[in-house]
Each structure stands twice: as structure tokens, then as C-alpha cells.
Design a protein around this ligand. Structure first.
Ligand code: FAD
Length: 430
């Protein structure tokens, strides 16, 4: 009874731990400290490459729910994070090095886990979790590319923000497709000339996030950030993503001065992305500046626009809801390379992949989490072939099964969704 895990990041450590907890011998391959990706610097496992915040710890927030689900199911990452907590209001932030040291200690002290420090270059044959992260090394990257076919391995440098449909002010928006071509698929957010000028002015002066040295070479190669395009001239956006022609506002019968279009982002139609708004602005700036678009004044951003190098596979085509490569001999993917976005999301996918590889090796039934849980919603989202133009996704309530009852207050609704999810997790008795 033996399994392999490649990569001792958040996903790989969680996967190895879940396998070992079920009596499976694990070989965990990690190339550090012999070799480091451009973003990793610390020798320990589960290194937090950027922020030390694991985001909200509240049940009114989907990532808070995901944490609580993981805690209740015996997650190594959550156990260590809770022990290394530092004050951060409603968020769970950790002592970065203390956290990494503790995860490393637990893994190394586990008699069922053998750690081998080396870079893996070939695609594994069977019973393996690949968790080498967004900066997977070149040779393994090439091997994955060969197996999954080139077009299924993505490399992106920018993503636009996503908002919830229910937070869009539809009294300031209307549904239509340009020139009436196709169904009324887009939500159009019009702006008057004055609104546009004010928006442009704030956009070009807004503060951008720092670009790490890792990303400097790649950042502006592909799709251009909206703020960069705006800086080319006051009217440039009117000929680009904010082009108003062919989109008459039903209130006036005329094309507005400028229009921001929102495109449906998930199969359930609860999430919409801002078309052409890939951006490198700081998150707070995105909320402030994009919130100047009248229909988005109270918009809830479930994902902000981001820019960094990121390798991720086309999971909706390639993986099932256990994060297993379809048709493979128990080859699982886990972590950011599956298209889940964020530290805890990566740990969650490692949990599901490790758990299910253990189940298979033990000859037991697979465990597919329902999408009424945050764990399941994430795994279903990334493995749903209905998701087109797949982009990495943070966990959020918009991808979870709706409650089936109307609750007006968002906090209350989220709390109920969390209660239901946690009941389900308890029932699963993992
Ligand atoms: C620059 C940057 C900044 C980020 N900032 C944040 C942030 O602030 N908040 C957030 O939530 N997320 C952030 N992310 C996303 C972050 O990568 C994930 O949230 C998380 O670290 C992914 O976990 P993982 O386990 O998938 O991969 P990683 O944590 O990257 O772990 C992968 C491990 O695999 C090892 N490895 C790679 N290739 C091989 C190989 N061929 N053989 C053996 N070992 C190998 C690496 O050394 C590493 O230890 C950032 C990503 C990048 C690139």
C-alpha cells in the first residue's frame, strides 16, 4: 500500500497527511532545498509565497467555511495554521515561518511518510498526487503538457474580477447582446459622459499591486490590463472594453456614452466577470474604482483581478470531482495547478485528492463531496465541463448549491449555507 506525492506545498502536504492518516505509506518528493522556484525562498514545506493571511475565518465567508470544514475533517494545514495564528481581526493569519516549520515537523515525524529531496521530471505512472504548484518546473511542466495535450495546459498572466449577480444593481443595468446578436447574454452597465470621465481619471491614477521579480518578464505579454489601456488616452477604452455601440439602453433607446459588460462566469449563472477588465490594481483599488460604475456600486467581488505567472490545467476537461485525471491509473492533481486559487483552496484540493487516492488503494468507495459543502463546490466547479474559459477560482458562496429559500440579509443567508454545509460534513463522518 504505497502512494506518491510530488511537491510539499500546501496541497502536497495535506494530501500526504491524509494518505498517511489512512495507513498508506507515502513517498513525498520535494525539490527544496536543492532547487527553488523563483517565488519560493524558505526551506520548509507549505511555504506561503506571498501574504501570510489565509483570509477570513468567519462562517459568513466561504473561505471561513472551507477552513471549518477542513478543521472538522482533520486537516494538517488547518491544525498547523490554528497553532501558528497571529492577530489579524476576523482573518486567520499565521506566523509564516512558524507555520512552515510546524507542517515540516509533522510531515517529517510521520513514520509513514518518507521525504525525498529531488526534482521530479517525468510524468508518474500510477497512484500519485501531483501538487507542484503554479511554478511547476520546466521538465515536469513539459511532461504534463504531453500527457494532457498542449492546449489543455494554460499559462495566464491576467484575470478580470468576478462579481455576484445578486449584488449587481439591475436598476442601473440591462441585458442585451451587441447589435442584438445572440441572446441577451450580457449584463450591460452604462455610464454617462461625466461618470465615464470621473471613472477614467480614478482608474489611471489608481495604485497598482507590486509586481514580484518573478512576474516582471511575463506580466504584460498577453492581455493588457485595463488601467494600462486607459493610460493610452482618455477615450481609448471607448474603443475597447467600454465600447458603447450596438447596445442601446432600453431606458433611452440610445447607445450610452460608455458600457461595461458583464459576462456569465459559472454554469449556475450566479457569477459574472467584468469583460476586458483584467487588471493589476490593488484589490482595495479595484473595489473603489470599479465601484464607480453605477451598476457596481455595491458589487460583491468574489474574485479580484490578479496577475502573476500561473500554470494550471484545463481541469473542467481533464479532472473528475475527486481531482483525478480522467482515464488515468489513479493520477490526481492538487493545488493551484488544478485551477483552485489560494492557499486554503489548494489545501482543500490536496485533502480531497489524498483522501480519494487512499480510498482507492484501500479498495473502498470514492468520496465525492456534495456542492452544498464548500469543499465539494470547489471540486465540482473545477471539474465541471460546462465551465468555459476556465480561470482559477477562489471558493465562494456563488458556486455552492443555493439554499432553496429566500433570505434577504446576505450575512444571514451565508450563515445558513455554512450551517447546512457543516451538517453535511458531520454526516459524512470522515
Ligand atoms: C508569486 C505568487 C504569489 C502568490 N500569492 C498568494 C497569496 O498572497 N495568497 C494566496 O492565497 N495565494 C497566493 N498565490 C497562489 C499560491 O501559489 C497558492 O495559493 C498556493 O501556494 C498553492 O499551493 P500549492 O500546494 O498548489 O503549490 P506551492 O505552494 O507552490 O507548492 C508546490 C511545491 O512543489 C515544489 N515543486 C515544484 N516543482 C517540482 C518538481 N518538479 N519536483 C518536486 N517538487 C517540485 C515546489 O518547490 C513547492 O514546494 C501566489 C502565487 C504566486 C506564484
Amino acid at each position: 500500500m504505497k502512494a506518491t506525492v510530488i511537491g510539499a506545498g500546501l496541497a502536497g502536504c495535506e494530501a500526504a497527511w491524509q494518505l498517511a492518516s489512512r495507513g498508506i505509506n507515502v513517498t513525498l518528493y520535494e525539490m527544496k532545498p536543492k532547487k527553488f522556484t523563483p517565488a519560493h525562498h524558505y526551506e520548509g514545506f507549505a511555504e506561503l509565497v506571498c501574504s501570510n493571511s489565509l483570509r477570513s475565518d468567519k462562517l459568513e465567508n466561504a473561505v471561513g467555511l472551507l477552513k471549518e470544514e477542513l478543521r472538522r475533517m482533520g486537516s494538517l494545514i488547518m491544525m498547523c495554521a490554528d497553532e501558528c495564528r497571529v492577530p489579524a481581526g476576523g482573518a486567520l493569519a499565521v506566523d509564516r515561518c512558524g507555520f512552515s516549520d510546524l507542517v515540516t515537523k509533522k510531515i517529517k515525524e510521520n513514520s509513514l511518510i518518507e521525504v525525498i529531496e529531488c526534482e521530479i521530471e517525468k510524468f508518474p505512472e500510477e497512484n500519485t498526487v501531483i501538487a507542484t504548484g503554479p511554478l511547476t518546473t520546466d521538465k515536469l511542466f513539459a511532461a504534463i503538457k504531453e500527457i494532457t495535450k498542449e492546449e489543455n495546459l494554460y499559462f495566464y498572466d491576467a484575470a478580470a474580477p468576478i462579481v455576484t449577480l445578486e449584488s449587481v444593481d439591475m436598476s442601473n443595468a440591462y441585458r442585451a447582446s451587441r447589435y442584438g446578436k445572440g441572446d441577451d447574454d450580457y449584463i450591460n452597465c452604462p455610464m454617462t459622459e461625466q461618470e465615464y470621465r470621473d471613472f477614467w481619471n480614478e482608474l489611471v491614477n489608481a495604485e497598482c499591486a507590486e509586481i514580484s521579480s518573478v512576474d516582471k518578464e511575463v506580466v504584460f505579454e498577453g492581455c493588457m490590463p485595463v488601467e494600462t489601456m486607459a493610460k493610452r488616452g482618455e477615450d481609448t477604452l471607448l474603443f475597447g472594453p467600454l465600447k458603447p455601440v450596438g447596445l442601446p439602453d432600453p431606458k433611452t433607446g440610445k447607445d450610452p456614452y460608455a458600457v461595461v459588460q458583464l459576462r456569465q462566469d459559472n454554469a449556475g449563472g450566479t457569477l459574472y466577470n467584468l469583460v476586458g477588465f483584467q487588471t493589476h490594481l490593488k484589490w482595495g483599488e479595484q473595489k473603489r474604482v470599479f465601484g464607480m460604475i453605477p451598476a457596481l456600486r455595491n458589487a460583491e467581488f468574489v474574485r479580484y483581478g490578479v496577475m502573476h505567472r500561473n500554470t494550471f490545467i484545463n481541469s473542467p476537461e481533464l479532472l473528475d470531482a475527486k481531482y483525478m485525471l480522467k482515464g488515468s491509473k489513479n493520477i490526481y492533481f492538487a493545488g493551484q495547478m488544478t485551477g483552485v486559487e489560494g492557499y486554503i483552496e489548494s489545501a482543500s484540493s490536496g485533502f480531497v485528492a489524498g483522501l480519494n487516492l487512499a480510498m482507492t488503494i484501500l479498495g473502498k468507495d470514492e468520496i465525492i463531496f456534495p456542492d452544498s459543502t464548500a469543499t465539494g463546490a470547489l471540486s465540482h466547479y473545477v471539474s465541471n465541463p460546462g465551465v468555459k474559459n476556465f480561470q482559477p477560482m477562489n471558493v465562494n458562496f456563488g458556486i455552492m448549491e443555493p439554499l432553496g429559500m429566500k433570505i434577504r440579509k446576505k450575512q444571514e443567508k451565508n450563515r445558513k449555507l455554512s450551517e447546512k454545509a457543516l451538517e453535511k460534513i458531520e454526516e459524512m463522518k470522515l
